[in-house]
Design a protein around this ligand. Structure first.
Ligand code: HEC
Ligand code: HEC
Length: 475
């Protein structure tokens, strides 16, 4: 943790120009290539086309990212696929399973199976051993209860008979290995970030810190997921970090609305690569280092499509108007935020009158602009499905008990109040990488919207839900 740096204005200014300098944004990126089957930068997805840009205008398939560096034949590309927004979908995994009878390297017992001891000796055995990977694209992250924890594991209900305090099985979705330049926390609970998570909410991550975080992440991925016996040379790690740090991904074309950067709209990866950003930008709690107040209009990609005159009344025009309405709802639809650890307790407010952008505040990117993991309840016992382990934790101080499928940040800090906290991920390229949330519990973007509607009692109309989904699909 030696090279952690807290945010200072100088670091801030550096970050503001970061995307332009580091991504080498130039002619190749400003020109958005036409999405087509012939263009290797774009691939079809659930609602149109997703596209990745790089400064050189091509994906370097010779990079170590695509090479097996360990003992099980896996590479980063086993779980981070360009065509799936640099995550991986159950649909593609099922195709890989059928094609290889479950022998593709991604199907490795260490963390691809429901238990590292699962029977994988026959095709049918493999089908059940890899059920969570095939159903929801979940990888098993094994972690011990930290030694200093303020709680103990008082009961385990693991359908696969493996988990214990020595190693909890936490089933999580691969986060996209793209758009990394805007990360403020690395991994779902931020464990690979070099910055302390709490309490200082203004602690940031500068370029050096981000590179160090990603280097450590890559090294651990090679030792863990790829089962290497020792860490590869620093030069290899650096080349992987350099590669992934330059990827920018977003939806570029919508089946109904057409090109997402037409008629003055700002969708697509070429414009995203130019996005202004610094740690703390548009901070909800007033900690933007520039002193600017929080603006709930965090997303302003499709303002120009809000004009019925311009959109027209044809199918395309109506689709554009729908997306624009969804963006407005994202920014301003009232959500009474209650019971969110990391937010309501930190601010001392039982009810925060907010919106989606209260938490997804980084302009046009959609993650938290500070490392602020919060608990919105995805891992709550009440939402547990029988195929996930359930853990009962007991507070050493008070004897209080809580049940969860994933303690999240508490597995790193050992703090009782950090149970169930996860970061708000970047919201670009969503349509290419269902399912959503850390445990893949939302199969579609409509399920995501339904979750928020019931969790925060928003009472959205069917029309509002459709508008929001259309907007999220266009990111
Ligand atoms: C077996 C599947 C698998 C392989 C192989 C794999 N990853 Fe991942 N990756 C994951 C999962 C799962 C997560 C999320 C884990 C978590 O947060 O607990 C993740 C998270 C990440 C993140 C964090 C992104 C963010 O938003 O915080 C990066 C970056 C990343 N991986 C890069 C890599 C690189 C580089 C390699 C190769 C050296 C690699 N991964 C290999 C499954 C994999
Ligand atoms: C109180 C903070 C908060 C609010 C309000 C909020 N989110 Fe989230 N959002 C999060 C967190 C935290 C996660 C990750 C949760 C997890 O996986 O455990 C998340 C995850 C998501 C994801 C999944 C991304 C992925 O890669 O899996 C989507 C999509 C999303 N939010 C959209 C929305 C929309 C739309 C709204 C408004 C209706 C909204 N959020 C309101 C905090 C919030």
């Amino acid at each position: 943790m030696s090279d952690h740096q807290t945010l200072r204005p100088v670091a801030t200014r550096r970050l503001a120009t970061l995307a332009v300098l580091l991504l080498g944004v130039g002619a190749s990126q400003a020109r958005q290539a036409e999405p087509s089957p012939a263009n290797p930068l774009s691939t079809p997805d659930a609602s149109g086309w997703v596209q990745t840009t790089t400064p050189g205008g091509r994906i370097d398939r010779n990079n170590a990212f695509f090479q097996g560096l360990g003992s099980n034949g896996r590479s980063c590309d086993s779980c981070h696929r360009q065509a799936q927004g640099w995550s991986v979908t159950p649909q593609e995994l099922r195709q890989r399973f059928e094609r290889t009878s479950g022998m593709d390297p991604v199907f490795a017992r260490v963390d691809g199976a429901v238990s590292p001891l699962a029977d994988v000796s026959s095709l049918e055995a493999r089908r059940s051993a890899y059920a969570l990977l095939l159903d929801r694209g979940l990888i098993r992250v094994g972690m011990p209860i930290p030694a200093n924890a303020q709680f103990r594991l008082s009961a385990v209900d693991d359908p696969y008979g493996y988990a214990s305090a020595r190693e909890l099985s936490l089933f999580r979705r691969p986060l996209p290995s793209t758009n990394l330049i805007w990360l403020t926390a690395v991994m779902w609970e931020g464990r690979e970030t070099f910055t302390p998570f709490n309490p200082p909410m203004d602690a940031g991550i500068d370029v050096q810190n981000l590179r160090s975080s990603l280097a450590r992440q890559a090294r651990n991925a090679i030792l863990g997921h790829e089962q290497a016996s020792r860490a590869p040379a620093d030069a290899i790690i650096d080349s992987i970090v350099e590669f992934e740090l330059h990827l920018v991904t977003a939806q570029v074309d919508d089946r109904d609305a057409g090109r997402l950067n037409e008629a003055d709209a700002l969708g697509g990866p070429a414009i995203l690569a130019l996005q202004r950003f610094w740690v703390g930008i548009n901070d909800t709690l007033g900690n933007d280092p520039t002193g600017d107040a929080f603006d709930e209009r965090a997303m302003h990609l499709f303002d120009s499509w809000d004009d019925p005159g311009q959109s027209g009344s044809d199918r395309r025009g109506r689709a554009r108007a729908t997306i624009a309405r969804g963006e407005k709802l994202f920014n301003s639809m009232r959500i009474d935020i209650t019971g969110v650890a990391g937010l309501n307790d930190v601010t001392g407010k039982t009810v925060i009158r907010g919106s989606c952008s209260s938490c997804h505040n980084a302009p046009n990117i959609g993650n938290h602009s500070v490392p602020l993991p919060v608990n919105i309840g995805i891992a709550d016992a009440g939402r547990r499905t029988p195929d996930l382990p359930l853990y009962t934790l007991t507070s050493l101080a008070t004897g209080k008990r809580v049940q969860t499928t994933d303690p999240g940040l508490a597995m790193i800090t050992g703090k009782w109040t950090d149970i169930g906290k996860f970061k708000g991920p970047i919201l670009r390229g969503l349509a290419s990488r269902a399912p959503y949330f850390h445990n893949g519990s939302a199969a579609t973007l409509a399920d995501v919207v339904d979750f928020y509607d019931s969790r925060f009692h928003v009472h959205m109309s069917a029309q509002q839900k459709r508008d929001l989904v259309a907007f999220l699909s266009a990111l």
